[in-house]
Design a protein around this ligand. Structure first.
Ligand code: ISE
Length: 340
């Protein structure tokens, strides 16, 4: 068994750069040996920070590089499914940033490739599973002290974007995290959704600044996701579970609370790289360990697919103004791990 893993990273923007830093400097047992980006200057800066790496402008060449043991996909969302598929063909483990694809049909092709191979190679970048505040909520919920879980509530506040975002993008790129959190926290699948939203402006009905999703779980439990895509003040993610005899919610207050001039104030994180700093380190550490142990862990391609099936239903509901049933096929045996 190898004691270190040589990693190739596709995409060296904010997320790819952060993973490169974490893999090179925050965790042992990993070397970043290759980077792919069309922006070779940016890739070179990341390579310098990692102490050197081969730079590619063609992702297929990086995947085929015999020195690359495993691949981290941090390219734009629309490339994820095709790249994950190529990694499965090359039989290389992958950490694929969310979403697995931009539609359930595309995500299904990744599932089919893994099932045909008979081996799980893909871990999905649902990093909230590695966030201490989320883990604390999940553990208390799962211990059963609060009785059956009745309601999931997820609040996802994003800072402003330069351009208004489409409803499709807010759901597949942002709310996909909350959809996965809901499945994971509740250990249940979502069977019906109802999505309403406020467009960025009345003349742009295809855009969304605020999305509200109601969830119905198979068990009869309910959920609600609030996703603000342009809050304008900072970044926050909170989760609350209500059970029969109590509730539990994330406590992410850090740093100082200041009382001054008749005000109580506290810093709000600027973005997800700050809010989930620890989660990203824990996520890549667990991934590298799973490559070395040759035992897949963490959110799977199935989690990526199942969340995408729900996301597609949310988009359909937003556009039709009607509740939409979620049709999730039977989970293949390969994905023994359900939503927990
Ligand atoms: C971004 O791509 C992320 O993955 C963040 O975690 C999420 O909060 C944000 O909404 C997405 O745009």
């Amino acid at each position: 068994m190898n004691q270190t893993a040589n990693i190739g990273i596709i995409g060296t923007g904010g997320m790819g750069g952060r993973h490169a830093r974490n893999l090179s400097h925050e965790i042992g047992q990993a070397n970043v040996v290759a980077l792919m980006d069309m922006d070779t200057e940016r890739a070179q800066q990341v390579a310098d920070m990692c102490g050197g790496a081969t730079i590619y402008t063609d992702a297929k060449l990086l995947i085929a590089d015999p020195n690359v043991d495993a691949v981290l996909i941090a390219a734009p969302d629309r490339f994820h499914a095709e790249l994950a598929h190529a990694c499965i063909e090359a039989k290389k483990p992958v950490l694929c940033e969310k979403p697995l694809a931009t539609s359930a049909a595309e995500a299904l092709k990744v599932i089919e490739a893994e099932v045909t191979l008979g081996k799980r190679l893909v871990q999905l970048g649902f990093m909230r599973e590695y966030d201490p505040a989320h883990i604390a909520v999940k553990e208390i919920g799962d211990r059963g002290e609060l009785g059956e879980k009745l309601v999931f509530r997820g609040v996802h506040i994003n800072p402003s974007k330069d351009e208004p975002r489409t409803i499709d993008d807010v759901i597949t790129n942002s709310a996909i995290h909350d959809i996965h959190s809901a499945r994971w926290m509740m250990n249940d699948e979502i069977e019906r959704v109802y999505t309403t939203y406020i467009p960025a402006s009345p003349s742009q009905p295809e855009t969304a600044r605020f999305v509200m999703i109601q969830l119905h779980f198979r068990s009869g439990a309910l959920g609600v996701i609030e996703c603000n895509s342009e809050a304008g003040y900072g970044y926050e993610v909170e989760v609350k579970l209500t059970g029969e005899t109590g509730s539990v919610q994330t406590n992410t207050q850090q740093g100082a609370i200041v009382r001054h001039n008749n005000l109580v104030s506290q810093q709000v994180d600027e973005d997800w790289l700050l809010r989930f700093d620890t989660a990203y380190v824990n996520e890549t550490r667990a991934w590298v360990q799973s490559i070395i142990n040759e035992i897949p862990t963490g959110p799977s391609a199935w989690d990526g697919y199942a969340s995408m099936v729900v996301a597609d239903a949310c988009i359909e509901s937003a556009k039709s103004g009607q509740p939409v049933d979620v049709h999730l096929p039977e989970r293949p045996h390969l994905y023994g791990r359900t939503t927990s």
